[in-house]
Design a protein around this ligand. Structure first.
Ligand code: XIL
Length: 336
């Protein structure tokens, strides 16, 4: 019923998570987090660039604050992330001579980073996004041509999972990516995951970022993706859920900066229907879906306000700017 909070309505299904920054951990936002959610992810504070901006200099303050807030309130913690091509400090790819480091040096640095971070939160963080977005968007390519790939080939992916597993053998380890439901990208992500499984790399599951829109994904595509990934024996976590009111395809999405779009009743109804559809599928697949996390708390602030266009207001979440539940919230909580 409507009286139930998200986390209570989904008690028999999966934890319901939210991405946060330290500034969200007081006042009305903190209250909403405590009332509604039972899993938390640091929106930025655990990324490599935030946590090890210089070699050997670790900035734990923000990550620690989020972890202690969660523990104090009985909230599970997902770690995000250990290896990515963005928000990565420049030093990691460069030697003292300013030249690019060798594969051996880069893997050693990756090992030190992952070991140090995973070890600090051992037993506290129950699932880690180990590698983020390593598959390319262009169907002609397989893996993304990042610095990691240029220097290490695909070994950086394998090693990242091995280092994380060695540091905390109990933590669940995820490969995380976006557009995981689009058929051609889905096939390439499947190929990567299958090759990891075939080589006994310690990967437990796939994170579907789920930065969706009113157009995507279609129900059958989401269903096929869940079926295909879980056929490998992998668990699935929905790691960064939001439903944009703008289409993601280039060209259509380019509203101008500062343009004052409004959240019309029509958009609110369409978004509520989309949320209802995806949560119905999540419930149907509760045996393989082990977490559903929203990327931000409410429409007061979403990373989509500044991506892919700066300063374009979006309304992608279940709570409005006053932290009041939207139609989509009621659709998600009221089910039979
Ligand atoms: C985003 C954050 O929300 C922003 O604050 C930051 O400026 C950029 O990164 N995929 C991911 C997340 O895996 O880490 C990204 O988070 C959103 C896309």
């Amino acid at each position: 019923s409507d009286q139930l909070a998200l986390k209570d309505a989904y008690k028999k299904y999966f934890p319901i998570g939210v991405a946060v920054a330290v500034r969200n951990l007081h006042g009305d936002e903190a209250q909403l987090i405590k009332n509604q959610f039972n899993s938390i992810t640091a929106e930025n504070a655990m990324k490599m660039g935030s946590i090890q901006p210089k070699e050997g200099i670790f900035h734990w303050k923000d990550a620690d604050s989020i972890v202690s807030f969660a523990i104090k309130n009985g909230i599970k913690i997902r770690g995000h992330n250990l290896c990515w091509h963005e928000q990565t400090p420049d030093w990691i790819f460069k030697g003292d001579d300013g030249k690019e480091v060798t594969k051996a040096v880069l893997l050693q640095r990756l090992k030190t980073h992952i070991t140090t971070v995973v070890n600090r939160y051992k037993g506290k963080i129950y699932a880690w996004d180990v590698v983020n977005e390593a598959v390319d968007d262009d169907p002609k390519n397989f893996l993304r041509n990042s610095k990691w790939y240029q220097i290490c080939g695909e070994d950086f992916i394998i090693k990242a999972f091995e280092y994380a597993h060695a540091a905390d053998p109990s933590a669940k380890l995820y490969y995380n990516d976006y557009n995981t439901e689009r058929p051609e990208k889905r096939d390439r992500i499947y190929k990567l995951l299958k090759s990891l499984r075939d080589r006994d790399v310690p990967v437990d599951g796939i994170g579907l970022q789920a930065h969706w829109s009113l157009q995507e994904p279609a129900e059958n595509e989401l269903r096929s993706a869940i079926e295909q990934y879980s056929s490998l024996g992998l668990k699935i976590q929905i790691t960064e859920l939001d439903i944009s009111i703008y289409p993601w395809e280039p060209g259509k999405r380019d509203k101008k900066q500062g343009e004052n779009d409004s959240f019309t009743t029509d958009l609110e109804n369409k978004q509520a229907a989309k949320y209802a559809m995806v949560f119905k599928l999540f419930r149907e697949y509760k045996r393989v879906i082990t977490n559903v996390t929203f990327w931000n708390i409410s429409d007061r602030y979403s990373w989509l306000d500044n991506f892919p266009v700066m300063g374009r207001k979006n309304y992608p979440l279940l709570f409005d700017r006053n932290l009041q539940p939207k139609k989509a919230y009621h659709e998600v909580v009221n089910f039979k």
